[in-house]
Unconditional design. Structure first.
Length: 491
């Protein structure tokens, strides 16, 4: 089977990676193939699902043109620097150019040990693999930049975690797997040439306009900051908590990457945390902008060798980097406010819009209102139908008081209720991967080899803005006994 690989990363200096082939598995079996994504990449879904295709997706066979390698990178994990991490259980098979003309990485995750494994087994379990599949596809359907899953393959072997678990391999597609931690890896070794080579490669692949700028490395830093500011705003406006925003999980391309202990809020509160190891709330919902700026500051530090060359002195480089980082907050705030306006059905910009949105969020937090349903049922309220959104507040009067101010703001615009509600339904999803539904689907797949709940959940979240009869169970928040308060990395 041909992927048509065009491998630019494999042409970089050998110290950027380790050449290592995937470790074969005993009994590969296809769990799920992303037919739509395969076609977007110019791949044949039928051949991918064939015995030969599954062998490649499991790591038992190396496809023609593939040059498997594990990428080197470092990272700050919960604020603590680790100078060498790298792909400890992943192989970059190669790159393909999709039908859209964009270059994509094809990577196997859970494909066996590499020189970066740090005594790990290099494997992945079915549950975490399918979680990444579900959440990545939901994010893509909501229009949020993300890595995606091309396939999930069961390996026919057990892997040991706290208990034995069935193994699996995920085939992940990304604009690239370059991370903030990739730059940190070379900076930590005082390898200025490595930093420059990596920055030039990243610009050519993701920020070609920066390469044409007078101060190209500053323009590159500006570009990464802008994309990440927009990305975090998008996360927050769907109630998403990444859960492990380490610098090695922060993509240079501006995509969401590494879905580990991620989750979606139900009852809204800014301090919401799901990760079982985030005991101090470092990566809480409301902390995500601050942490992203922290991560981007680490990127700026790693880029200092090339920024100094460009600016002419360490002082000028520091001033330039500081100016770039100061641009994060206004860009994030502008992106967030623009999204909040759309979610509230506002077509124009007025000075009090941010205060109006903050007032709603504060009332939601005080009344344990469901984040997704509040904004979705606000679409009905735009048509004068308040009952369902009011019912989401412990004290319905809290919504009523806010609604008076909201309707006064709506009256400023000459927009019909029908037009406003339709626009709001296009940005406020009705279906998200609610945590209890994800857990139920994973448990069915792991414990009973039953993929029907997975398929049903994927069908719902694949069209998140289109409310459909028969899918009501996917809109409902968890009952008390179903609530998922802790999620796990799965490594």
């Amino acid at each position: 089977m041909k992927f048509g690989f065009e491998n630019t990363y494999a042409r970089l200096p050998e110290r950027f990676f380790a050449r290592v082939a995937p470790t074969p598995v005993p009994a590969p079996r296809l769990l799920k193939l992303n037919v739509e994504l395969a076609r977007e990449l110019g791949l044949d879904p039928e051949r991918l699902a064939s015995a030969e295709g599954v062998e490649i997706l499991a790591g038992n066979r190396v496809a023609a043109g593939s040059e498997p390698l594990a990428q080197a990178y470092a990272g700050h994990q919960y604020g603590h620097f680790v100078p060498q991490l790298g792909d400890g259980r992943a192989d970059l098979l190669g790159e393909v150019v999709g039908r859209d003309g964009v270059r994509y990485d094809i990577q196997l995750k859970g494909s066996g040990p590499t020189p970066f494994s740090r005594r790990g087994d290099g494997r992945a379990a079915v549950g975490p693999v399918l979680r990444e599949y579900i959440v990545g596809e939901a994010m893509a359907a909501m229009g949020i930049p993300t890595t995606r899953a091309l396939a999930a393959v069961a390996t026919g072997e057990e892997i040991m975690r706290e208990v034995p678990l069935p193994g699996a391999v995920l085939t992940r597609v990304a604009a690239s797997h370059l991370r903030v931690g990739t730059f940190e890896y070379f900076a930590a070794q005082d390898d200025a040439h490595g930093v420059r080579t990596l920055a030039d490669y990243a610009m050519a692949r993701h920020y070609p306009e920066a390469a044409q700028a007078e101060h190209k490395y500053r323009a590159f830093l500006d570009g990464v900051i802008a994309r990440q500011a927009r990305l975090v705003a998008q996360w927050m406006m769907i109630g998403f908590v990444h859960g492990v925003m380490n610098t090695d999980n922060t993509s240079i391309s501006g995509e969401t990457i590494d879905y580990g202990p991620c989750a979606f809020m139900e009852a809204f509160h800014p301090a919401t945390v799901f990760s079982s190891i985030d005991r101090h709330g470092r990566y809480a919902w409301g902390s995500q902008p601050r942490i992203m700026l922290w991560n981007l500051t680490r990127l700026a530090e790693a880029l200092m060798p090339v920024l100094v060359e460009e600016a002419g002195s360490p002082e000028a480089a520091l001033a330039s980097a500081t100016q770039a980082l100061e641009g994060f907050a206004p860009q994030f705030e502008a992106a967030q406010l623009a999204l909040l306006r759309r979610k509230m059905g506002l077509f124009t910009e007025q000075e009090g819009d941010l205060k109006l949105a903050q007032d709603l969020l504060e009332r939601m937090a005080a009344n344990q209102a469901d984040f997704t349903l509040t904004f979705r049922r606000l679409c009905d309220a735009a048509l004068g139908q308040d009952a369902e959104v009011r019912a989401l507040f412990a004290d319905a009067a809290a919504f009523d008081e806010w609604a008076v101010k909201w309707r006064a703001r709506l009256a400023v615009e000459s927009v019909s209720g029908e037009e406003r509600a339709a626009a709001m339904r296009g940005v406020n999803p009705i279906y998200i991967p609610r945590n209890h539904r994800v857990e139920a689907a994973l448990n069915a797949a792991v414990e009973r080899n039953d993929l029907k709940p997975l398929e049903e959940l994927l069908e719902a979240v694949s069209r998140p803005y289109e409310e459909r009869a028969g899918l009501e169970r996917f809109t409902a928040p968890a009952r008390p006994e179903e609530r998922v308060s802790a999620t796990f990395c799965g490594t």
